[in-house]
Design a protein around this ligand. Structure first.
Ligand code: DAH
Length: 346
């Protein structure tokens, strides 16, 4: 009988190894300790053995029971480990260096943005920021853009649902939130915050309801510029933009102003830059950005005295500059995160 008990323990140790789930464990446990389990059967033999042998048998039963319980506990612990390993997935050490030994690098748009900011910093501009969610006041009204202006159309601008509110962007009455369609919003935010004179550039993301194609994206980046001082003229604007394009594209670069209309500048211009020396562009002149002399109504909207202060403003697309400088022929490459594209500029 003692031998049978030892065999039960040996078998249990072996069988326990094969148990890998809770269901199997319950069957395994019942096979030992349940009403019909092998150990239970042995315990029932107590009544049948001679009285004088009972104490020794009892002792043995106790010892076997302890050994079996240890096997059960260990088996259960093993199952719990298996379960948590399968929940956690592969065992990895996140503190080890990446197996791909390539250092990261800046995205091409970041490189071009930084280059443009560095150029303007050299002539006294500082970087200003504004939110990507804006109110109609900052995006349109304060920029002299009336309610019926086509840029405000639902077809062009993303409006947020009326029930959404952002505590950090206060709304005026009857005013909707938009995803900013240009960085010109930061002109207004900065002027409301600081007295003149000032020189800011503001790089950032903008959104428009455009169907994506090689030259359009619903999400893109601009750099806004604003210079407010006394006696600012078109000559200052032209000289600073010439300086910018010569720094960016070489000494041959020139700019050409064509009359245009923007609600927030008067006069307004579209700017072409001379690209005859850039084989990649293949044109004499390439349209690049908008600019102008700040409209007095914009100064009035922010409480600057238009009799005293003058200024120029401009806005340019970072993607457009990057495409021209690096010969990228589809704007969508910038957002696809395809290493074959990104690595060319790292
Ligand atoms: N906001 C214009 C756009 O998104 C660009 C622009 C034009 C900005 C003229 C200006 C400006 O500051 O004066 O197309």
């Amino acid at each position: 009988m003692q031998e049978t008990l030892d065999t039960i323990v040996d078998d249990a140790a072996k069988d326990g190894n094969a148990v890998t789930s809770r269901a199997q464990f319950e069957t395994f446990k019942a096979g030992l300790m349940g009403p019909r389990g092998s150990f239970t059967q042995q315990r029932k033999q107590m009544g049948r053995i001679p009285r004088e042998e009972r104490p020794a048998f009892g002792k043995k039963l106790n010892e076997i029971k302890n050994r079996l319980e240890r096997i059960l506990t260990e088996t259960l612990e093993k199952i719990e480990k298996l379960e948590s390993a399968s929940r956690l997935g592969l065992s990895i050490d996140p503190t080890l260096p990446s197996p791909e030994e390539q250092p990261g690098s800046l995205h091409l748009l970041t490189q071009v943005r930084e280059e443009l900011c560095a150029i303007f910093r050299q002539i006294g501009f500082v970087v200003a920021e504004g939110p990507e969610v804006e109110t109609e006041f900052f995006c349109f009204d304060a920029l002299n853009t009336p309610p019926d202006h086509p840029a405000r159309d639902l077809q062009d601008t993303y409006y947020l649902p009326e029930k959404i509110h952002f505590a950090n962007i206060p709304q005026r009455e009857e005013e909707r939130y938009v995803l900013r369609s240009h960085t010109s919003t930061v002109q207004i935010r900065t002027m409301l915050d600081k007295p003149p004179p000032l020189r800011i550039i503001s790089p950032g993301r903008c959104f428009r309801r455009d169907t994506p194609d090689a030259t359009h994206s619903a999400n893109f980046h601009q750099i806004e510029g604003l210079f407010v001082d006394k006696n600012v003229t078109v000559k200052d604007l032209k000289a600073d933009l010439d300086y910018c394009f010569q720094s960016l594209m070489g000494k041959e670069a020139r700019t050409r102003f064509r009359p245009h209309f923007f609600p927030y500048t008067e006069p307004s211009f579209e700017v072409d830059f001379y690209s005859g020396h850039l084989a990649k562009v293949g044109a004499e002149w390439t349209e690049i950005m908008g600019c102008g002399i700040v409209d007095p109504s914009v100064f009035e909207a922010v409480g600057y005295d238009p009799e005293v202060w003058t200024g120029y403003a401009f806005g340019l697309g970072i993607e457009r500059i990057a495409m021209i400088l690096y010969g990228v022929d589809d704007i969508r490459y910038f957002y696809q995160n395809d290493l074959r594209f990104l690595q060319q500029f790292s």
